[in-house]
Design a protein around this ligand. Structure first.
Ligand code: FAD
Length: 478
């Protein structure tokens, strides 16, 4: 009759599947989060995500106390596989409730926890919460997973009813929240991390997610027209909140779906993005090998660039010093803030793979370290899309031109100006490809390429030809 709710990527007290079921079925419910040293020990000592998590835990602790005086969050620091069964035994609970986390490492961990609990004769119950449709909920007529997005999306929309988007009314059963045995969220320093400030746009907690969403509601109808321009406040900036569950996907999708059904084109396109999220989630579920391999195996025959020049190119890409201003601005945005606009994720990923010829897995790993919203399924999906090796990916012979992308999506070079101030004195039209600027214009702006700003590390037309040759192996038989 006593339960433990184990929070993981669902750091909110509202509309929470596991919390709702635990409260409804138990007399007393204790809530816990484990700062898992198996994950934390591998991270750099300065990590924005850990800061985001601690902020969100603080907010969650307060939200639980607001639901029921005396309630709150227990935070443990240790190996989750051990801590959960240990705490369950200490508290003498009958069951541990949590929400599904379908990343391969999390599934392996949960299987161990479930076994340990079974040995103690305690139940392990987990629920769908993170996506609208998960695992095998949306399949083709032949019962197979979809490999192409549009038919998946159509099936997803056909299957959707208000039921799937209705919220779990946690507060109805809040009386079952037990007094918290040990409240208190540790500081970054006390768990061995450097203190750091998150930019206000990217700080943690459900209230922050809600205010971002309120702000986005006022411009959702323009999303379809504004989302591709990084200098414009077009997208929602909610990805990190979706990643850590400080906002409920049902709440967001419900609003977008209602508006889309009323004919709001912007809402319809935004809903599609949320469906992409479900799509990649189910790709990872059905094809866990994508974590290390190309979804299309023939793409693993490609020989990627290696050696000192490729290493220098990789470092230049990471540091935003490729000499291609939009690529550099984007990488600097990532390094400085932990966020990168979606259009720029496509441009920078394509540049690494198809202009520098570097294995997409290296870019994927770099994004995984830097992105505040890093999500294995979406990041892998995005990288395999850019590398043309994924399901429903960009065809390999379609190669973004980094200069025309810049002219099209940052036409006044305002985004470039923000992150590449070295070029600010150049007229905007010349900032997309400064090596093509007339020498007099460079001189007037006081810019010497190679001194003030890098000369381009590769020539796009040459790189394009090399890439087409490199990718030719995907057509030949193994
Ligand atoms: P909005 O435009 O407001 O979109 C709303 C939400 O829809 C996002 O928060 C996100 O949850 C979801 N979404 C949007 N686009 C996609 C997409 N293509 N795939 C899956 N979900 C999507 N997204 C991540 O959440 N984590 C990642 O690690 C990640 N890595 C990426 C890597 C590459 C190479 C590419 C091309 C895309 C990646 N994306 C990733 C998808 C997308 O770029 C981000 O979700 C988006 O930029 C986040 O900003 P937003 O919340 O303002 O998005």
């Amino acid at each position: 009759d006593k339960s433990l709710v184990w929070f993981r990527r669902d750091l909110r007290a509202e509309d929470h599947a596991a919390l709702y079921h635990a409260l409804k079925n138990s007399r007393q419910v204790v809530c816990v989060f484990v700062l898992d040293t198996e994950i934390l020990d591998a991270l750099p000592r300065r990590d924005r995500r850990v800061a985001f998590i601690l902020q969100s835990l603080e907010a969650l602790d307060h939200a639980l106390a607001a639901l029921q005086p005396g309630a709150g969050l227990v935070v443990r620091h240790g190996i989750a596989r051990d801590e959960i069964p240990r705490l369950a035994a200490e508290l003498g609970v009958d069951a541990v409730y949590c929400n599904h986390d379908d990343e391969p490492a999390a599934l392996a961990r949960d299987a161990q926890v479930s076994q340990a609990l079974a040995r103690q004769r305690r139940a392990f119950l987990s629920f769908k919460d993170h996506v609208v449709f998960e695992r095998s909920e949306v399949l083709t007529g032949q019962g197979k997973p979809y490999g192409v997005f549009t038919p998946y999306k159509n099936a997803w929309l056909r299957q959707l009813t208000p039921f799937f988007l209705s919220s779990y009314p946690v507060s109805r059963y809040a009386a079952a929240l037990a007094p918290c045995p040990a409240r208190g969220v540790p500081s970054l320093a006390s768990i061995g991390f450097e203190p750091l400030e998150l930019p206000p746009l990217l700080s943690g907690g459900s209230a922050r997610a809600e205010s971002l969403f309120q702000d986005f509601l006022g411009r959702m109808d323009r999303y379809d027209r504004q989302r591709d321009f990084p200098a414009v406040k077009g997208p929602s900036y909610l990805s990190v909140h979706l990643r850590f569950g400080t906002v409920s996907i049902r709440r967001l999708a419900r609003e977008a779906w209602t508006r889309a059904q009323a004919g709001d084109a912007g809402a319809g396109v935004w809903l599609s993005e949320l469906i992409w999220r479900d799509f990649y989630h189910q790709v990872l579920h059905h094809h866990p090998q994508v974590v290390t391999q190309a979804f299309r195996p023939e793409y693993d025959r490609i020989e990627w660039a290696s050696g000192p020049e490729a290493e220098a190119h990789f470092v230049a890409w990471c540091e935003g010093r490729t000499g291609y201003p939009l690529v550099d601005a984007a990488m600097r945005q990532l390094n400085e803030t932990g966020y990168m606009h979606n259009r720029l994720r496509m441009v920078t990923a394509s540049f690494l793979v198809k202009d520098l010829g570097i294995d997409w897995r290296r870019g994927e790993a770099y994004f995984a370290r830097q992105l505040l919203d890093f999500d294995l399924a979406a990041n892998n999906g995005g990288w395999q899309w850019a590398a043309s090796s994924g399901c429903d990916a960009q065809p390999y012979f379609r190669i973004f031109n980094p200069v025309s992308q810049s002219e099209k999506f940052d036409p006044e070079a305002r985004f470039i100006e923000r992150y590449v101030p070295e070029l600010a004195a150049l007229p905007p039209a010349l900032r997309h490809a400064p090596w093509e600027a007339p020498p007099l214009a460079l001189q007037a702006a006081g810019v010497v390429l190679g001194r003030d700003y890098p000369a381009p590390v590769v020539r796009h037309d040459e790189a394009r030809a090399t890439t087409l040759a490199r990718y030719a192996v995907v057509k030949s038989r193994a």
